[in-house]
Design a protein around this ligand. Structure first.
Ligand SMILES: [Zn+2]
Ligand SMILES: [Zn+2]
Length: 242
């Protein structure tokens, strides 16, 4: 009788161990930040339910000054502008216990990174995104526009210096009509210009990738082509640590 009880107990605890191992395996997979792909450090959870390292989320939001959105689901995160992002303390305590040494290492890395970036000098640049255009009439008497998109720095007349900061720009042209597809073009050297012909203005999505040494997340923005006057432009302030 006693041995039966013992046997049952041992089966239960094996089952329990398998369950615990499965839960830990699940956590090991889930404890990776979708931005840096490393173990969460100072984890924060947004209202849409996505979790990131606090330094990663801060950096992501700072690089998207025009729009604050969740990198995973694109939910609006502009409410974070007016409040302190609270650390998810239950998750933080779990991480510190479960991944003790790895968590300490990550913490030291982040602290060293902070100290390094404080030592660096900030360089502010005004990024201009806009277009020129020329109107013309084709052989079928249809009015069209030859437009040139430009991405340049305000203080960089020859548009070459920008290449020291920006690695490449991916342009996605939104469809002009439901029958035409989105077109993608990659500009991988300065000057960053793109010329094409269109009948009507439309929207262009830009994904701007910086050189890795600046440790900046890609800037995603858009531009609505302007076919009135000589065209138009917008200004985005950028900070680089050099
Ligand atoms: Zn992260
Ligand atoms: Zn989200």
């Amino acid at each position: 009788m006693a041995s039966t009880v013992k046997l049952t107990g041992s089966a239960d605890s094996t089952e329990q161990n398998v369950k615990v191992t499965k839960v830990y395996e699940m956590f090991d997979e889930q404890c990776q930040c979708p931005i840096c792909l490393r173990l969460f450090i100072e984890p924060v959870t947004t209202l849409c339910g996505h979790t990131y390292c606090l330094p990663c989320l801060k950096q992501f939001l700072q690089s998207n000054e025009t729009q604050m959105y969740c990198p995973m689901c694109r939910e609006n995160l502009s409410y974070l502008q007016n409040c302190t992002i609270q650390i998810n303390s239950i998750l933080k305590n779990f991480l510190e216990t479960r991944y003790e040494n790895e968590y300490i290492e990550r913490k030291l890395e982040i602290e060293q990174g902070r100290q390094e970036s404080e030592r660096k000098i900030s360089v502010m640049k005004k990024l201009l995104i806009g277009n020129h255009h020329i109107s013309a009439i084709n052989s079928e008497q249809i009015n069209f526009h030859r437009w040139t998109l430009f991405i340049r720095f305000a203080d960089d007349e020859n548009e070459v210096n920008i290449g020291n900061f920006i690695k490449q720009i991916t342009i996605n042209t939104a469809p002009q009509s439901s029958s035409s597809d989105t077109q993608t073009c990659v500009l991988n050297s300065a000057p960053y210009r793109f010329t094409a012909i269109a009948l009507e203005p439309f929207s262009i999505n830009l994904d701007i990738e910086f050189h890795t040494k600046y440790n900046k997340t890609n800037l995603q923005t858009d531009w609505n082509l302007c076919f009135t006057g000589i065209g138009n432009q917008k200004v985005i302030d950028l900070e680089f640590k050099v």
